[in-house]
Ligand binder design. Structure first.
Ligand code: MG
Length: 346
């Protein structure tokens, strides 16, 4: 068999189990592009997940990926050179780049017969409990979802629409589990935001994600200084170059592979954030077990893990991480540790 790096990609649509609503929009599905890199009889899997608000589409991703020719590289272990080449094709395209990064790391793990956390020199993730995300919903549906989430130790709730206190009271009428609150830039006034956070602090909420529009940096810094809860940047931060600007504004950052261009830069971001005393949340989009399991290999480094993507969809293509009583468990297979379900782009 000729040893060349063969790259391919396929559009796919993830079906959500529930209509998902955040402060600015609702949706029932998420477009993705799945990637494969094959070398010497092994196949690495990757994924680009494309929620609308990040601006990439299946067309933009496939257009970007069509410019990639991995056959110019002889050795798949030349990871930095390959990813630098992909990086330099064009600016932006973060999720498209992530889909190559993830597939390449999966392939490298398989070629070396080693799990990715070991390849990165990290401990095997242990006692990693993910939050389970509840979108904005009607009262009965929130209760149903909390019931579905009974195995999980932490819940994440999207706020930023009307009747926020009522939503929290509904949750608190059925469970006292610690809550992460994600506002998705939905609040506008810093003083009202502080009042709300002080109220949430009494309700066993443990962090607040992106309370104000990302442009309002002075207001966010004002809020972070006074808030009894850590304020975490999500929409404000994508890549390594953004982190320095977060230092005096936020308490922590939410790192996601689809923003960071994949595992290589996510790891650099985690180390950089820790070096300047920013807390780290490891998050995901609506994604299959491919990208979320990839992220889980870094989970031992994060202060909080929000890795529930595969739980929110009904047509996952892979078995990867499992969730045992809310704990994220990696298997001992090489690479990401994926088993492709049958019948899919054979
Ligand atoms: Mg968020």
């Amino acid at each position: 068999m000729a040893k060349t790096l063969e790259f391919s990609y396929h559009p796919y649509t993830l079906k959500l189990k529930h209509t998902f609503t955040v402060s600015s929009f609702s949706r029932n599905d998420t477009p993705v592009v799945l990637t494969e890199i094959e070398y010497d009889g092994k196949v690495g899997y990757g994924e680009a997940s494309l929620p609308q608000y990040l601006g990439e589409t299946q067309d933009s991703v496939m257009n970007f990926l069509s410019k990639i020719d991995l056959r110019i590289f002889e050795d798949p272990l030349d990871c930095d050179n390959i990813l630098n080449y992909v990086e330099n094709i064009e600016d932006g395209n973060n999720a498209a780049k992530a889909s190559v990064d993830i597939a390449l790391h999966d392939l490298i793990g398989k070629l070396l017969d080693i799990s990715l956390y070991k390849y990165f020199g990290l401990n095997k993730p242990k006692n990693i409990y993910t939050s389970y995300t509840l979108g904005i919903d009607r009262k009965e549906i929130i209760k149903t979802k909390i019931d579905e989430a009974k195995d999980f130790k932490y819940l994440k709730i999207k706020l930023g629409a009307d009747n926020e206190k009522e939503i929290i009271e509904i949750i608190r009428s059925v469970t006292n589990k610690p809550l992460y609150v994600d506002v998705n830039q939905g609040w506008k006034d810093k003083k009202e935001a502080l009042d709300m956070i002080e109220w949430l602090f009494e309700k066993n909420v443990i962090l607040i994600e992106q309370p104000l529009p990302k442009e309002n940096t002075d207001d966010i810094a004002w809020l972070n200084e006074r808030s009894p809860l850590p304020i975490i940047a999500d929409e404000s931060v994508k890549r390594l170059e953004d982190i320095d600007k977060m230092k005096d504004i936020y308490s922590g950052i939410n790192i996601k592979l689809m923003k960071s261009t994949g595992l290589r830069e996510a790891l650099l971001m985690i180390n950089k954030a820790k070096g300047i005393e920013l807390k780290v949340m490891l998050g995901c989009m609506t994604e299959t077990s491919c990208a979320v399991s990839a992220a889980a290999h870094l989970s031992s480094l994060a202060d909080w893990n929000d890795l529930d993507g595969p739980l929110l969809i009904s047509n996952d293509l892979f078995n990867g991480i499992s969730y045992i009583n809310g704990e994220v468990k990696l298997n001992d297979l090489p690479g990401i540790g994926l088993i492709k379900k049958s019948g899919f782009f054979e």
